[in-house]
Design a binder for this molecule. Structure first.
Ligand code: SAM
Ligand code: SF4
Length: 455
């Protein structure tokens, strides 16, 4: 049995953290603002905060860290579902084997390319490939063929993959075919709950799943994304479990996660749950995002369209650095909407251009940057840059350049006016004069028709 998660320790930390003095919480928030992260004991204490005043201080701390590490950038992407066929029976998921109401579909390569083009036509450059776990329909070749076809056929510049655990050899293939980040959610870090939620199939094996990140690292993939599916069990346990998992692989491989996702359970057609077992309300959800931001400052936080428009806008300031937009959760959903093929119901139906406008209205800059992994700034190298604050020198100019491209190629007149104003302000925020000048020159090249220029 893999011992990454010490459940006894989690429960004892939680037990000890129930009645913490206000000043101790304040000290923890102040410490977090130094951007060096937090330990499990400190996180456990924050997780019990309910007092409104203290919660606001946690939120302010998260805003501070987000601003310092990520500035105003928000990276955008869209998921591409290639198949909803699945041999597992995860109780919460619309794709589960026993859901007889679902229209099953695995896209052909042509259909995958059509979907990628539809996503690209919205203005995206970054895709997350996702599908069910099926031994034949979604084997490794399904992924690598899809990646080759997408990269070859258009201007999608980064393909991240969210997939069930694989063998090291298969991860090596993902790497060879140009994976950006490999994403996998443990769903729940509690073994007993895990067993109940995943009764059959390969996914029933908790250890095979929790060691997936290790195998990905062994195969040379060093940008990895993790997450716990919120709503299956006590969120406090899950946050500590996830941080323990991170500690375990960071100790072995010297690299933390590139991203943490915060998926929260959504109703799904034909699911096997009567109701959400441990409902996480919006306030607790905000607290979770803010605590992740404080605890792991250099890891991106991803939020999907599972959340409402209002909450998504609010959470931009609290620590979220990547969001999906204009999403569909069924195979073929971008080209033509098929009924009863979705994994779960989405909650924010805004198009990418509406999302871009909202991001600008809130004072942020949309980024379509895909430069880091193409410049080999991944894994440890990325973390080094991030910790030195040098990542700003790449990310801010790259956000500006990719947003400019987006405005020119996809923007309406109104959005261009708004966007150009945001770009002007973002340029002024670049302290280094050489970088600012170089960005201005590159902007002119983009205006003259050149594309895909980055630092
Ligand atoms: N099938 C692969 C697997 O399970 O690892 C790939 C990912 S699955 C298609 C995407 C993720 O969606 C799951 O890991 C789970 O966390 C999440 N998910 C499943 N059902 C959900 C629901 N009803 N609401 C919100 N998220 C859900
Ligand atoms: Fe299949 Fe993944 Fe859904 Fe589970 S979460 S039923 S493995 S698609």
């Amino acid at each position: 049995m893999v011992d990454y998660i010490n459940e006894e320790l989690i429960y004892s930390l939680l037990e000890k953290s129930k009645n913490v003095q206000k000043n101790e919480i304040r000290e923890i928030v102040e410490k977090a603002k130094k951007c060096k992260g937090l330990g499990l004991e400190e996180v456990a204490k924050l997780l019990y905060v309910e007092d409104e005043e203290l919660l606001n201080e946690i939120f302010d701390g998260a805003k501070f860290v987000k601003n310092k590490v990520y500035g105003k950038r928000v990276v955008l992407f869209a998921p591409l579902y290639t198949s909803n066929e699945c041999a597992n029976n995860c109780l919460y998921c619309g794709f589960r084997r026993d859901n007889k109401e679902l229209h099953r579909k695995t896209l052909s390569l042509d259909e995958i390319v059509t979907e990628a083009k539809a996503i690209e036509a919205q203005g995206h450059k970054r895709i997350l490939l996702i599908c069910g776990e099926h031994p034949v329909k979604t084997d490794i070749k399904h992924f690598t063929d899809a990646m080759d076809a997408i990269y070859k056929s258009g201007d999608i510049r980064r393909i991240n993959v969210e997939a069930a655990p694989m063998k090291v050899e298969d991860y090596k293939q993902l790497k060879e075919h140009g994976i950006g980040t490999y994403v996998i959610f443990q769903e729940t870090y509690n073994r007993e709950v895990y067993k109940k939620m995943h009764p059959v199939g390969l996914k029933a094996d908790f250890d095979w799943r929790i060691t997936a990140i290790d195998r990905a690292f062994e195969a040379g993939i060093d940008d990895v994304g993790v997450g716990a599916l919120l709503g299956l069990y006590d969120y406090r346990f899950e946050v500590l479990g996830l941080l323990m998992h991170i500690n375990a692989f960071e100790k072995r491989f010297g690299v933390g996660p590139h991203t943490i996702s915060v998926p929260r359970l959504r109703p799904a057609l034909g699911w096997g749950l009567g109701e959400i077992p441990y409902l996480v309300n919006d306030n607790d959800f905000k607290k979770i995002v803010a605590i992740y931001r404080l605890a792991v400052p250099y890891t991106g936080i991803i939020m999907s369209t599972r959340e409402s428009a209002k909450l998504r806008d609010e959470l931009l300031s609290l620590g979220v650095s990547q969001i999906s937009a204009g999403s569909k959760t069924s195979p073929g959903g971008y080209a033509e909407e098929e009924e009863k093929a979705d994994q779960f119901e989405i909650n924010d139906h805004r198009s990418l251009s509406q999302m871009i406008e909202t991001i600008c209205d809130n004072g942020y800059i949309p980024s379509f940057c895909t430069a880091c992994y193409r410049r080999c700034r991944t894994g440890e190298a990325f973390m080094e840059y991030a910790k030195e604050g040098e990542i700003h020198e790449f990310c801010q100019p790259n956000a500006i350049l990719t947003f400019k491209e987006n405005l020119m190629d996809y923007g309406t007149d109104r959005l261009r006016d708004k966007g150009n104003e945001i770009i002007k302000n973002a340029l002024n925020e670049i302290d280094d004069e050489n970088i600012r000048k170089s960005t201005e020159e590159k902007l002119k090249e983009i205006e003259a028709g050149k594309r895909d220029i980055y630092f």
